[in-house]
Design a protein around this ligand. Structure first.
Ligand code: ATP
Length: 265
């Protein structure tokens, strides 16, 4: 059994998640340390979102132990953990009302609610939210309603919201999905810049595509059918062999200027 690491941001020990007879995650052992930037890669249905929901303290394991900031899920008040975690996910996005103003959506993350719930936020909060929107490339959209944004703009606003509380752990579920090529490249540049900040939080980014990995990614976990194929340093894990095993087809992979590219052979 893995030794307990009290300093780890996340530690999963033999974590299994079952729904009925289906095993969503199968005996996962995984540790994320403070200075690490992880990517979780795998095909549709591999269990990536389920893994992220555990990391976000939104789900408990069926068996095994999941520790977030050294505290075991099931024996800690998750409402104390959640403000320390920034999450951008499709599930959260679906709950955002179309009429919600962008600035309210970002500021309200500090209050752990979706959207405006009281009239006066602090001026500093509003300024921080506007700065984050600018950093994500959606400056000047503060007063727009969420429903009027393009898919790419929505993704950026969600990430700004996830960063609002200055989290110790940032979880991004498919941040570049639905973006056009220019948007994806711009977002990756911005995520790389964010990750390079010395005060940047530990992070876990979920994606289907190695092309969507920002150069700052240090570690990779490959997931297939709820089980870990490989996990560790990106350069050790992202091999043709392990990527092919993950996606179930013969792949070639190369790295150029810090970016990864894969294609079938
Ligand atoms: N409540 C549930 N009951 C039964 N099966 C479930 C339940 N929730 C999820 N699943 C199944 O668990 C598997 C893993 O789901 P998950 O959303 O974690 O995968 P994923 O890797 O994020 O997939 P995608 O890339 O398509 O988003 C899928 O096959 C899904 O259908």
């Amino acid at each position: 059994m893995a030794e307990l690491n009290q300093d780890a941001v996340l530690q999963f020990v033999d974590v299994t998640v079952r729904r009925g007879s289906k095993v969503l995650l199968d005996s996962i052992n995984w540790t994320v340390e403070e200075d690490e930037r992880w990517a979780v890669l795998g095909p549709n249905g591999a269990g990536k979102t389920t893994l992220l929901q555990l990391a976000a303290a939104n789900l408990h394991p069926t068996s095994g132990d999941a520790y977030v900031f050294g505290q075991r899920l099931g024996s800690v008040d998750v409402f104390e953990l959640r403000p320390r975690i920034g999450l951008s996910s499709a599930a959260l996005a679906q709950r955002i009302p179309a009429g919600e103003q962008v600035i309210d959506l970002v500021v309200s993350a500090g209050y752990s609610v979706l959207g405006r719930w009281r009239e006066a936020y602090g001026r500093l909060d509003v300024r921080r939210a506007a700065r984050l929107l600018e950093r994500l490339g959606v400056a000047g959209m503060d007063e727009r309603t969420y429903g009027t944004l393009s898919e790419g703009e929505r993704k950026r606003v969600q990430i700004a919201r996830a960063l609002m509380t200055d989290p110790e752990l940032l979880l991004l579920d498919e941040p570049a999905a639905g973006m056009d090529l220019g948007g994806r490249e711009d977002l990756l540049r911005r995520l790389t810049r964010l990750a390079a900040d010395p005060g940047a939080p530990a992070s876990v980014l979920v994606t289907h595509h190695v092309e969507e990995l920002p150069p700052g990614i240090s570690h990779v976990l490959l997931l297939r059918e709820g089980a870990v194929v490989a996990a560790g340093l990106a350069r050790d894990v992202l091999t043709a062999e392990s990527l092919s095993a993950t996606f179930g087809l013969s792949l070639r992979i190369e790295r150029r200027d810090g970016r990864w590219y894969a294609r079938a052979v």
